[in-house]
Design a protein around this ligand. Structure first.
Ligand SMILES: [Zn+2]
Length: 201
């Protein structure tokens, strides 16, 4: 992770942009590192997408004892935080015996989605809830809030920005499919093959 954030991303991509006059938010690089290493971001993301497997086109396999050991070895303390959930994921891996894990009670609180990056707000202490464009929105971080509320606007820093992107429309999966039956969502997404089966079952 260190090499990826500091060498690949920061030194070989972000820093060279400085000589073209761009302002590089150096402190955010440190924060990106902290999110991954101290705040468990990658583990939270993995658990979230594993929770939603019925509406993905892929499904992570249940973990073996070797996998559990690998995670605990690489990320000391991992098991006490995420192990129980992945044990449940293994236990609930058999179609017909149980519902998909998203619909079983395993003590997992489905998170709010970030309006800007569309990954859920998975780090509780970083989450921002603000009314923007007359709508209550949730953001995973101050940075994502800033992107929507300050940067991606018709004007930035007193200058008009006609070519800037806008974060509008049905941005979150949850809003787009709200109130629909899961079977209809899966078929609307085009996940049913010609033989009537889905990609994951
Ligand atoms: Zn975000």
């Amino acid at each position: 992770w260190h090499r990826w954030i500091y060498d690949d991303y920061y030194r070989s991509y972000l820093l060279p942009l400085e000589k073209y006059g761009l302002t590089i938010p150096h402190d955010l690089v440190e924060e990106a590192w902290k999110r991954i290493v101290d705040k468990g971001y990658v583990h939270e993301v993995a658990r979230f997408f594993a929770t939603g497997w019925p509406v993905n086109y892929w499904r992570i396999d249940a973990m073996t004892d070797k996998d559990f050991e690998w995670f605990e070895d690489k990320y000391p303390g991992w098991y006490s935080k995420y192990g129980k959930w992945w044990e449940n994921y293994n236990r609930l891996a058999y179609p017909g015996r149980n519902k998909p894990i998203a619909f079983e009670d395993v003590g997992y609180q489905y998170p709010h989605r970030c309006w800007t990056c569309m990954v859920p707000a998975l780090i509780r202490e970083d989450m921002v809830v603000e009314k923007v464009d007359d709508q209550w929105r949730t953001y995973c971080s101050e940075t994502c809030y800033w992107t929507d509320a300050v940067a991606f606007r018709g004007e930035y820093d007193g200058r008009p920005t006609p070519n800037m992107g806008r974060l509008t429309g049905f941005r979150e999966w949850e809003t787009l499919h709200h109130g629909k039956d899961l079977a209809d969502i899966v078929s609307d997404l085009g996940y049913v093959r010609d033989d009537g089966k889905t990609l994951i079952a």
